[in-house]
Design a protein around this ligand. Structure first.
Ligand code: GDP
Ligand code: GDP
Length: 438
């Protein structure tokens, strides 16, 4: 169910954040109860005429001098080329065509990615249109005039953007090979893990059909089974500037997670689990992906017989909302337990597509209800009529009740635990919808 990714690129001050905010509106993609991920406005879920996409702002870092602008723009453009289905290249009618615009345009043109050339600050279409034509010189197609500040032309711009979306985007593809994203802060050992996995297996760089982001995914065959590792090229690319590194690692994460079935969240054993880990974990969690927590550099830790347990407790504390995820301790250096990754991935994939029969679910629910009375309020007690699984990836359940307002979060959690006791569902989040039946 991978959503298209649209990335915004452009020089400082052309209005990228203004446009981002106008499109994202109030619908900024943050899960309020996931700690640690509420500050960033790097990505947002946007919906336009029944089409959903993830919008990414690649800008945002103030360059400290004029000569770094171009190199930073190149970095941004490269990120967009690697991660996006469609690139929104923003220019500014008030400043006119600038040399760095042309250089970035060349780079985007060579990438063969769909690019929508946007000319911003066209606050008055009649007055400024003649100035817009100049942007044809960039040779990347028709300039689309907008005013991000006064929200003019945004609908026409989105029409052009969504036309580029790959056929069947947002739907399940025919490709049933598991897609795995390796995510984590910079320097936790993501590339080392991939390299180690690659070293021991036959490698084919894949052209995955139905996506415009091909040739950056890697297929690994293990035990006769095929696995697609997402954006492995990006893992090896490093940025020079620290703030950029962090921002880009978030952008990469969002784009990779969007396309993945299973997310391997890599944590550095030497550094321990941090707020930034929590932020990255939150991205996978809120998108309902299968998750395996992988503690890397286990070779570099001095251990006694309780070290693993202590580590696990610490991780569970910081990433409390990932209680369903298993933890694996590995070393990319020695290769310790790396082969177990495939086993765990297989289990998660199986769980993601598990369907529980309605009869069995209702048995579990009535037993649960008999053991612990549902909550009541002002003399009215919650009645649970019926539960059924409506979809997979992630498994989603609907519970029919007499009065929705009586259903506490804690009681849903209690039922979830009962279902997990019976079926495990390790590594994946479960979704519950409560509906009223009169
Ligand atoms: P960024 O650096 O590309 O993210 O640019 P910002 O979104 O921060 O905008 C830079 C400046 O341009 C701000 O002062 C904005 O208010 C202004 N700006 C953005 N969009 C428009 C627009 O459509 N018209 C005009 N006149 N100014 C705009
Ligand atoms: P990435 O930024 O997450 O892709 O991290 P890298 O794979 O580039 O690794 C960052 C640093 O950690 C490098 O200096 C690696 O040599 C080191 N490293 C990676 N895996 C391990 C490991 O399993 N054990 C130890 N001791 N160091 C590791």
């Amino acid at each position: 169910m991978s959503k298209p990714v649209v990335a915004i690129v452009g020089r400082p001050n052309v209005g990228k954040s203004t446009l981002f905010n106008a499109l994202a509106g109030e619908m900024i993609s943050i899960v309020k109860d996931t700690p640690g991920i509420t500050r960033d406005r790097i990505y947002a879920d946007v919906n336009w005429l029944d089409k959903d996409f993830t919008l990414i702002d690649t800008g945002g870092i103030e360059p400290d001098s004029k000569d770094v602008i171009l190199s930073q723009m190149r970095d941004q453009a490269q990120i967009a080329i690697d991660t996006a289905d469609v690139i929104l290249f923003i220019t500014d009618v008030k400043q006119g065509l600038v040399d760095s615009d042309s250089k970035v345009a060349d780079m985007l043109r060579r990438s063969k990615k769909p690019v929508v050339l946007v000319v911003n600050k066209v606050d008055n279409f009649d007055k400024f249109m003649p100035d817009v034509y100049e942007f044809y010189n960039l040779g990347i197609g028709d300039p689309v005039p907008i005013s991000a500040a006064s929200r003019l032309g945004l609908g026409d711009m989105l029409d052009v953007v969504t036309e580029y979306f790959p056929e069947g985007a947002g739907e399940e593809g025919e490709d049933d090979r598991p897609r795995i994203a390796i995510v984590g802060k910079p320097n936790v050992g993501k590339s080392s893990i991939v390299n180690k996995l690659l070293g021991e297996n036959r490698v084919i760089v894949s052209d995955v059909a139905g996506t415009t982001r091909d040739a950056i995914d890697t297929e690994i065959v293990h035990d006769g089974k095929e696995y697609i590792f997402i954006d492995t090229a990006g893992l090896r690319r490093k940025s020079r500037i620290k703030e950029e590194l962090e921002r880009y690692s978030i952008i990469r994460t969002v784009a990779a997670v969007e396309r993945a079935d299973v997310v391997l969240l890599i944590i550095d054993a030497v550094e321990g689990v941090t707020e930034q880990d929590a932020k990255i974990a939150g991205i996978a969690h809120e998108r309902g992906k299968g998750i395996l927590i992988v503690v890397n550099k286990w070779d570099a830790i001095e251990k006694h017989d309780k070290t693993m347990k202590e580590y696990e407790n610490k991780i569970r504390q910081v990433l409390s909302y990932l209680s369903y995820a298993e933890i694996l301790f590995v070393s990319a250096f020695t290769g310790q337990r790396l082969s177990k990754l495939y086993e765990r991935i297989d289990i998660i994939i199986e769980n993601q597509t598990l369907r529980v029969a309605t009869g069995v679910l209702n048995e579990i629910m009535s037993e649960a209800v008999a053991m612990q009375q549902p909550p009541s309020d002002k003399g009215k007690r919650l009645k649970l009529y019926y539960i059924t699984q409506v979809s997979v990836k992630p498994p989603t359940f609907v519970i029919f009740v007499n009065d929705k307002t009586l259903m506490h979060f804690s009681y849903t959690r209690y039922l979830e635990n009962k279902i997990r006791e019976a079926f495990g569902f390790r590594g994946i989040s479960l979704k519950f919808f409560i509906r009223e039946r009169k």
